[in-house]
Design a binder for this molecule. Structure first.
Ligand SMILES: [Zn+2]
Length: 187
């Protein structure tokens, strides 16, 4: 269910912190629209570290695989990325549905290596918010429906203190791909 306990602002703040700690930088100089790769100099391995810090902070499981990998897994090899390493029409349709307003620039035949550099602190925050919005109605331990957060980051049961059990990032992407395929008739 959509939660209103952790704000997007707070999520962005936590991401800046995680990025700064990972890259030994200064969180106060990071802007929400900075590209993690292009502007902040993050490399592939840094994402594992950043994700781990966010998982610890929010009590979530970030997606291990990017949306393009999930498309290939669900719809078959070559459905997202062609033999030249370029985005297919299908991949572009999904990416536009997912990130449309944020990146009008996705286009077929775009080199897949260009995609990760488009991602910013703010798009990463969107991913974290999506996971936080899978907050279950009830606590898995005591069935209370009251949630709270003492630090504005980790949501716990207001009755017994059990951390909220969210859907994991990969399952969330798979569920979304199935839903969008039906809605937008992408084939
Ligand atoms: Zn509880």
């Amino acid at each position: 269910m959509p939660q209103n306990i952790v704000t997007e602002e707070k999520v962005i703040e936590e991401i800046k912190k995680a990025v700064a700690e990972t890259l030994s930088g200064d969180a106060s100089t990071i802007q929400p629209d900075n590209s993690l790769i292009k502007d902040l100099g993050a490399e592939s391995l840094d994402f594992l570290d950043i994700n781990y810090r966010l998982e610890q902070a929010f009590g979530i499981k970030m997606a291990r695989h990017f949306i393009l990998e999930h498309i290939e897994e669900m719809f078959g090899e070559g459905t997202a990325i062609d033999e030249n390493g370029q985005l297919t029409e299908k991949a572009v349709q999904f990416l536009q549905a997912r990130y449309g307003d944020a990146f009008p620039g996705f286009k077929a035949n775009m080199d897949m290596d260009e995609v990760p550099s488009l991602f910013t602190v703010r798009t990463m925050a969107g991913g974290v918010m999506d996971i936080l919005n899978t907050l279950p109605e009830k606590c898995t331990k005591c069935s209370s429906v009251a949630w709270k957060s003492d630090d504005g980051v980790k949501i716990i049961c207001a009755s017994c203190g059990e951390p909220a059990a969210y859907m994991n990032g990969d399952d969330l992407i798979k569920e979304w791909l199935t839903k969008i395929q039906d809605e937008k008739k992408i084939c």
